[in-house]
Design a protein around this ligand. Structure first.
Ligand SMILES: [Zn+2]
Length: 847
């Protein structure tokens, strides 16, 4: 019999919105709270909503609840970059908590079609995950989590007992503690004791880059798919460990808005998400409707936000048999703030987040069996759909670069996708996939839908507007050879054994006894790290501008342009020390380094040639702070710091008039920094004396405006419409956007910006509509969009025509290098990182 509980709704809530409140303002009135559980005020010394909790305060309280209650345990799943713990407070009845591991194991069986038929869902609890504040400055979310935890742990009575008996609730109280730390510090230190609601106040004007993002300024609510940040790696592992049936994602939006809950825009749902998901979301929405009615808050659904991009907290669950729900509350970004038509208080925002947490729990309880059934059916259906799908499997390889393949497989495995080796050679579309260094992903597995979303190029859309990007083809972002296999006979005998950990090759020194020089190729992902580590020790390093073939009877190998050459003579350390250093570097960077016994080659330039050019160690500065683009700058900082050990000196615009730029040989500009005339003169003098200036995305408009380079932008000319109606205004504008699509470029493999690439075709990511003419020097447009460039994603024919044949990157006079689009997008574009790194390491040798 279906049990409908309307328990919580019967309880009334006090209605007044105030800037400073007592806990009764938030909590249902009729519930008795266990006095042995510390209430928030008792613990913090202030009421929730009076000040912003810092993550450490919040964390201490959550840990205290786990300590004093038999209803809860704390499970840590990751540490942020700044060392803050991330985890979830697992709440259920004391009996369930005692048997939690068994309940979890039984729950996971629902996701395994080979075993799930026997499960009796009526006897199983529902798993509900409540996630708060992935954007660190959306504080009503994290502050509400404390109230939800207190309510569930201290609340007494049969309604709460019934809920806890039938549900396992996972509270993730602060999804981005590093960003939350920045924001809470900001709004607390600017708060007046008498709250000042004037919207012009400094309190509401958080300093660059704000608390939305994590330590390296990444939007964590885009990283569920990419998994390049520790917060998401841990979170996705926790998702698969518990496979919750509902996942809430509590956010904030503009201060003047009303409350939003999903479902979002129907036409913009991801087509791989089952229709049932949308229906369940709408049914759960009826509970939010009731609860928000009870406190009289304004709300809306279906008009905005979408779940097309599946790497967000509310969409990743949707494609994994769960239901993700996005909430958007008007953000105070302070404590009390005038908005058009009202005064918005922090407690009011917290209360809305709290109330939709309760409505979610009631929905989960009443829809328990339906949600568990949905999960079971989702995975059973995956195998049935896979049988009907024309593609049987995807094969991929990149024999020239093990680290890139390894990271690609690492991501697939974290998403619980099964990857296999191959046991035979196969040629597809002119590419030979050799057994031993090729891999295969069969579609017939439980992650069928997710695999399709990662591997299939998408060219058709039911809507032309996107809340986020329109494509995220993973093999393209890694620049891998890959192909779909459609015939059963192609697969027959091809699938080898399952890969149980990402493949590693131990880097090593391949050396004769007494090398004349050491050599390594530039095509490995971590070659730049090896070069930088060697340069840091003071070694003299060179780069080969041309390819050559070496054969001294011991070592026989052809080397491409971009090969790094380290002569044994003329170094400050002994031959033996040099050899040990090479060994250590090869291991650390997972690359082969070769010792060459003599200077003469058998083909091409010799090792002592003047075409093997001396390099200086890069010393990198980047404009940071107000005016810079924090996403671009953060991706660059993250790339250089976490993967290549290259320090980046971050300099604010104001410092340029006095900064000693001689310390650097590379300066990167993103966004549009406001640098004074004296600062510009300083940069000009530095550039004239040999400094390399890199314009990145929007930074190129800045370069052009300040006459560092002549850049000819091809401006948009509208959509040609001569008439329109008012209601279509926003939609017509969106049709013309490039929301994040993948295009094909052609590389000049002889140009230093393209060193390390083995194929002259490269997929790139483009998320702006910028198009730029090639520079007049015909030898310095090394990366150009091809004539038929769209590979995957949305783009109008008009925009395709505007982009084709234009430059992705070009080199101007006076050592100014432009990247018009993003080479480091969301840290996932391993395939284009190298062009950017080449500007840093080889910009000095481009003439
Ligand atoms: Zn948000």
């Amino acid at each position: 019999m279906k049990k409908i509980l309307t328990l919580i709704l019967l309880i009334s809530f006090p209605a007044l919105a105030k800037s400073q409140v007592t806990i009764d303002y938030y909590l249902p009135e009729e519930i008795i709270y266990n006095s042995s559980i510390p209430a928030p005020k008792q613990f913090f010394g202030h009421e929730i909503g009076e000040w912003h909790l810092s993550p450490d305060k919040l964390y201490s309280y959550i840990l205290e609840l786990a300590k004093v209650s038999e209803r809860a345990i704390w499970e840590e799943y990751a540490k942020s970059y700044e060392g803050r713990p991330l985890g979830q407070l697992i709440i259920s009845s004391p009996e369930n908590i005692k048997n939690i591991e068994q309940l979890r194991q039984e729950h996971l069986i629902l996701c395994d079609p080979s075993r799930s038929d026997k499960s009796d869902v009526t006897k199983m609890p529902v798993f509900i995950k409540l996630g708060y504040g992935i954007h660190g400055n959306e504080s009503s979310a994290q502050n509400a989590s404390v109230l939800v935890a207190y309510y569930l742990i201290a609340g007494e009575g049969k309604e709460i007992d019934e809920l806890l008996k039938n549900a396992v609730i996972l509270i993730d109280p602060a999804l981005n503690p590093d960003g939350m730390q920045r924001h809470s510090t900001w709004v607390n230190f600017t708060r007046s004791l008498n709250n000042n609601p004037d919207p012009a106040s400094w309190e509401f004007n958080e300093t660059w880059p704000g608390g939305r993002t994590n330590h390296y300024w990444f939007d964590l609510n885009r990283d569920y798919l990419m998994l390049q940040q520790p917060e998401s790696k841990g979170r996705v592992a926790a998702f698969h460990k518990w496979k919750p049936n509902i996942n809430t994602d509590h956010h904030e939006t503009g201060a003047g808005e009303t409350f939003f809950f999903q479902p979002g825009i129907k036409s913009r749902n991801n087509p791989l998400t089952p229709q049932e998901n949308y229906e369940l979301t709408a049914e759960i929405g009826k509970y939010h409707e009731k609860y928000l009615n009870s406190i009289g808050s304004l709300y809306y659904t279906e008009e905005s936000f979408d779940d097309f991009y599946i790497g967000k907290g509310s969409s990743y669950p949707d494609i994994h048999g769960s239901v993700g729900i996005l909430f958007e509350q008007a953000g105070v970004k302070g404590h009390l703030r005038e908005t058009p038509g009202s005064v918005l208080s922090f407690p009011f925002a917290i209360r809305n987040q709290f109330i939709v947490s309760l409505s979610t729990l009631e929905a989960g309880l009443n829809m328990k069996n339906k949600l568990l059934e949905n999960q079971r059916n989702f995975y059973k259906e995956a195998l049935i759909l896979a049988n009907k799908h024309p593609v049987r499997a995807y094969i991929f390889s990149e024999p020239s670069d093990n680290s890139r393949v390894s990271e690609f497989i690492n991501i697939l495995m974290q998403h619980r996708i099964k990857v296999f080796g191959t046991s035979a050679d196969i040629t597809k579309n002119g590419v030979l996939y050799k057994a031993g260094n090729s891999y295969i992903v069969p579609l017939k597995q439980t992650e069928y839908r997710f695999i399709r979303s990662l591997f299939e190029p998408v060219m058709e859309f039911t809507d032309s507007a996107f809340y986020d990007i329109s494509t995220w083809n993973l093999p393209m972002s890694f620049n891998l050879n890959y192909s779909g296999l459609t015939l059963a006979k192609e697969i027959d005998g091809l699938i080898g054994s399952e890969i149980t950990s990402p493949p590693t090759t131990s880097g090593q020194l391949v050396s004769p006894g007494d090398p004349y020089a050491f050599l390594f190729e530039w095509r490995e992902y971590y070659s730049p790290k090896a070069l930088f580590l060697l340069q840091k020790t003071g070694l003299k390093t060179r780069v080969s501008m041309e390819s050559f073939v070496y054969d001294d009877g011991v070592l026989k190998k052809s080397f491409s342009a971009g090969t790094i050459v380290i002569p044994a003579s003329g170094q400050a350390i002994s031959g033996q020390e040099l050899k040990s250093l090479m060994e250590k570097t090869a291991k650390e960077c997972n690359i082969p380094i070769y010792g060459a016994g003599t200077g003469l080659t058998t083909e091409g330039i010799d090792l002592g040639s003047n075409r093997i050019v001396i390099l200086s160690k890069p010393s990198v500065a980047m404009v940071t702070g107000e005016g810079a683009n924090s996403a671009d700058a953060g991706e660059i900082w993250h790339l250089l710091d976490t993967r290549f050990t290259v320090p980046v000196t971050m300099i604010t615009a104001q410092r340029f008039s006095t900064a000693d730029l001689k310390r650097y040989n590379v300066l990167i500009i993103t966004g549009s920094p406001d640098i004074s005339p004296a600062g510009l003169d300083n940069i000009r003098a530095w550039n004239r004396s040999g400094g390399i200036l890199i314009g990145y995305e929007g930074g190129n408009r800045w370069l052009a405006r300040n006459k560092f380079a002549e850049i000819e932008f091809i401006e948009e000319t509208g959509d040609g419409k001569e008439d329109g109606i008012y209601i279509n205004r926003a939609a017509d504008r969106q049709v013309r956007q490039i929301p994040g699509s993948i295009f094909e470029t052609h590389l000049d493999l002889t140009h230093p910006l393209c060193f390390g690439y083995t194929r002259d075709i490269l997929p790139v990511f483009k998320s702006t509509s910028t198009a730029v003419k090639k520079v007049a020097d015909i030898y310095n447009n090394p990366v150009q969009y091809t004539e038929d460039p769209l590979l995957s994603g949305y783009c109008t024919v008009k925009n395709i025509n505007r982009i084709k044949g234009t430059s992705f990157a070009s080199v101007h006079e006076n050592r100014v290098i432009s990247f018009y689009d993003n080479t480091n997008f969301r840290a996932i574009w391993y395939g284009t990182n190298k062009i950017f790194l080449n500007a840093i390491f080889f910009g000095q040798v481009i003439r």
